[in-house]
Design a protein around this ligand. Structure first.
Ligand code: FES
Ligand code: FES
Length: 148
């Protein structure tokens, strides 16, 4: 059994130590807001926070999580910055198909926690998640609005 702290709750998970955190979130715990895209840490669809840091959970083995607090999209609005990000996303109607957007929101919230007033360069450097619908301009605008 592996102990995890996810969205402020304690879980004991019966899984192999090398199981990707993403699979545990989605398949074991039913937290399906975090998406599977590439599986090789390239697209960012699976982004969660580990102790506030944006992390691609498809390449995080369960055994490496340890005592780090996991936050997923399901709980991001419990955080004041996360709530501002979601409000900006809704106000600017950022999503198109929506598949990448939970990862985008998690990446944006992590950015604004570390850099409350990001420059356009900061946003470009931090927001590296892929979006097949090409919502990049709307994402950048929503990050700026959330920061304002
Ligand atoms: S599914 Fe994890 S980065 Fe693509
Ligand atoms: S909104 Fe469709 S992939 Fe980003």
């Amino acid at each position: 059994m592996v102990s995890l702290t996810i969205n402020g709750l304690q879980y004991a998970v019966d899984a192999e130590p090398e199981t990707p955190l993403l699979f545990v979130l989605r398949d074991t715990l039913g937290l399906t807001g975090t998406k599977y895209g590439c599986g090789i840490a390239q697209c960012g669809a699976c982004t969660v926070h580990l102790d506030g840091q944006a992390t691609r959970s498809c390449q995080v083995p369960l055994e490496s999580v340890g005592t780090q607090a996991v936050t997923t999209i399901e709980a991001i609005e419990q955080d004041a910055i996360g709530r501002k990000v979601v409000e900006a996303w809704v106000a600017l109607q950022v999503p198109q198909c929506g598949y990448c957007q939970s990862g985008q929101v998690m990446a944006a919230a992590a950015l604004l926690k570390q850099t409350p007033r990001p420059t356009d360069g900061d946003i470009a450097d931090a927001m590296t998640n892929l979006c097949r619908c090409g919502t990049y301009n709307a994402i950048a605008a929503a990050v700026r609005q959330a920061a304002a």
